[in-house]
Design a protein around this ligand. Structure first.
Ligand code: ASP
Length: 342
């Protein structure tokens, strides 16, 4: 029988009702007692790392989860992390950079309703997560409502319904229905894992709105080592009078800031060079572009990169090198024909 380590972090799945609302208090062992079926699937050990609403998780906690897996990697065949849904996509993305090329499944799951609710999704999600940890592919993935989503491609797209997560700009890897696994895409398995132990969390995200004020953009550029700008459509920045966003970014880049342009549109990604409002930024500034990456993945990748280098060209190389299929599009390199990678 395979051995799986369950790492508890909190979330709705582990929450009790208190006078102040749902609060994570149930341990991983207590969760498992509600689902005897899991003991027939694998042998489980539990480590209760945190009991937190995932709203309260920070990059320090992501490092804590990665460290827990690092320390016990050789002792287990796979890992199941129970986690709140609100920031699960960020944790999944972060773990995808902190633990690369894992041949063992590292599965995040949670629920929209606590385990003691009559209509809970906890039991299905946990059972599916353990089934996938035993039978599925290596690498970081989310198992939720019967879908298996790559850790670098997940986003919470529904606040209440059981279908909480979507796979963005990439297909689901597998589905689980009545304990039957249909594995559509197999990830690369069998390599030795590469662990990273550092992140630079001084990364900011700015969602622009029509009429955004220059002081806000200036503040964000000044205060972060890495700034992600979620602009409109395929990408661009306003050029109306009194803004000079181009100049603010130019001076920030000269001061060593890493700036990534992405889009606030959920699907199909950015293409900054298309319109006048993006063309000059792309052509003449050292700016990175997210293309088809999720914002969650860009946040985590930037933290991972900035922990290694502040040099633009080194960062650019790391940024456009695919990790766990986080980016499909890649700028055409001189002398090469293709603009995409598989
Ligand atoms: N607020 C909860 C959390 O993220 C929501 C959930 O788990 O569904 O921890």
């Amino acid at each position: 029988m395979k051995k799986i380590l369950m790492i508890g972090t909190g979330g709705t799945i582990a929450s009790e009702m208190t006078p102040e609302g749902l609060t994570p208090e149930i341990t991983s062992e207590q969760l498992l007692k509600n689902i005897p079926r899991i003991a027939e699937i694998c042998q489980v050990d539990c480590q209760q790392l945190y009991s937190l609403d995932s709203t309260n998780l920070t990059p320090e906690h992501w490092l804590g989860v990665a460290e827990a897996i690092y320390r016990r990697y050789d002792d287990y065949d796979g890992f199941v992390i129970s986690h709140g849904t609100d920031t699960m996509a960020y944790t999944a993305a972060a773990l995808s950079y902190l633990i690369q090329d894992s041949s063992k499944p590292i599965i995040l799951t949670g629920a929209q309703k606590p385990i003691w609710f009559d209509s809970t999704d906890s039991k299905r999600n946990l059972t599916d997560a353990f089934l996938y940890a035993v039978n599925g592919c290596g690498g970081v993935q989310i198992v939720f409502n019967g879908k298996v989503i790559l850790g670098t491609r997940a986003r919470k797209t529904h606040t209440k319904s059981f279908q909480a997560f979507s796979s963005i700009n990439y297909p689901c890897l597998a589905v689980l229905q009545d304990e039957f696994l249909m594995q559509y895409i197999r990830c690369d398995c069998g390599k030795k894992p590469i662990f990273s132990h550092k992140l630079n969390s001084n990364v900011g995200l700015l969602k622009i709105i029509p009429g955004i004020r220059r002081e806000l953009v200036q503040f964000m550029v000044d205060h972060y080592d890495g700034l992600i700008i979620e602009s409109f459509g395929v990408g661009g920045l306003p050029e109306y009078e009194g803004t000079d966003f181009y100049g603010i970014l130019e001076r920030g880049i000269q001061a060593g800031k890493l700036i990534v342009m992405t889009t606030q549109v959920p699907n199909e990604g950015s293409d900054l060079g298309v319109y006048h409002v993006g063309y000059q930024l792309k052509k003449s500034l050292h700016i990175l572009e997210a293309y088809d990456m999720t914002t969650e993945a860009v946040v985590a990748k930037l933290m991972w990169i900035l922990a290694q280098t502040r040099d633009f060209h080194a960062a650019e190389k790391l940024f456009y090198t695919p990790v766990a299929h986080d980016i499909l599009y890649r700028p055409v390199e001189k002398g090469s024909a293709a603009g995409t990678v598989s």
